[in-house]
Design a protein around this ligand. Sequence first.
Ligand SMILES: O=C(O)CCC(=O)C(=O)O
Ligand SMILES: [Fe+2]
Length: 321
Amino acid sequence: MSKPVVYEDIPIIDISQFKTDQQTCVQQTKDACENLGFFYVKNHGISQEKIAEIFDISKLYFEQQPQEAKLKYSMNERYHGYAAMCTENLDTKRTNGDVKESFTFGEFNDNNEAITQVLPPFFEERAEFIASFYKDCHDLCLKIFQILATALEIPQSEGGMHWLEERHRSNANTCMRFHHYPSMDKFDSDEIRAGSHTDYGSITILFQKDIGGLEIQPPGTDKWFPVPIIPNHLLINIADCLSFWTKGLFKSIMHRVSFDNENFGLNRYSIAYFCIAGPDVKLDPIPSKFIPTSENNKDEKVLTAGEHLMRRARAAYGSGY
Ligand SMILES: O=C(O)CCC(=O)C(=O)O
Ligand SMILES: [Fe+2]
């Protein structure tokens, strides 16, 4: 048994080291994925100016667009678009709804056009910038996939360091979500900003700003630990598909966003980039010496990334979408 992890142990990975000291970078990342499934990255290549601008766009949208205009572009059947306050229960055992509103962007084409949804004019006017930010996020995920595939020592003949990238050639299910968690007049411990959940895709990049509240539950515990915001660092977490592909070696752990006595009166904004494999990509084990092989029952149907996503999204949004 590895030692219990606490939040102080959320590792910081300098991903520029993948070029200069690959062994250290790869080993640190592997340990982080096996222990906690959450880590910070620094020298990640996404400019602070762009991050500030994308937060400005998100804030302006939630603050200034009339509710009627938001609702006109409500989530479509692919869960892209606007989701009003309390329409999602990330913890499917809860029914009050998470105290947040969100807007989800699907994929963009090379002309910066959204291809899975019709964008509201407010975002259409800013589509070039939003698409370029989306691409920055994707490029960062591809870098992280190279590190993870290297860590797993996937044989060249099977795809080597490109094994994970290959499975993300289609970005059809990847999405970027703006969150606005509004302030509350009084602290109510029964309410939650985002109920406890694991993420559905491969990895998530989380951009937080100013106001904390994110908490994680280390594997094997029932305790929650706050995740501090570290300036200029991004938070990465392993999501379900990577846990399936590694048969649980990489951890997709429970996290939530809660109210506390200090933050309940403050608006919170965050942005998540959920990098998700192509819809038909199978979630069978990665060929790696670190992952035990078992005799697969040939008749057993292997779940695909798309099936897992739809199953989880349907549970969280109910039949409302
Ligand atoms: O807003 C946050 O900090 C986290 C949100 C989250 O975990 C999610 O939407 O999956
Ligand atoms: Fe999450």
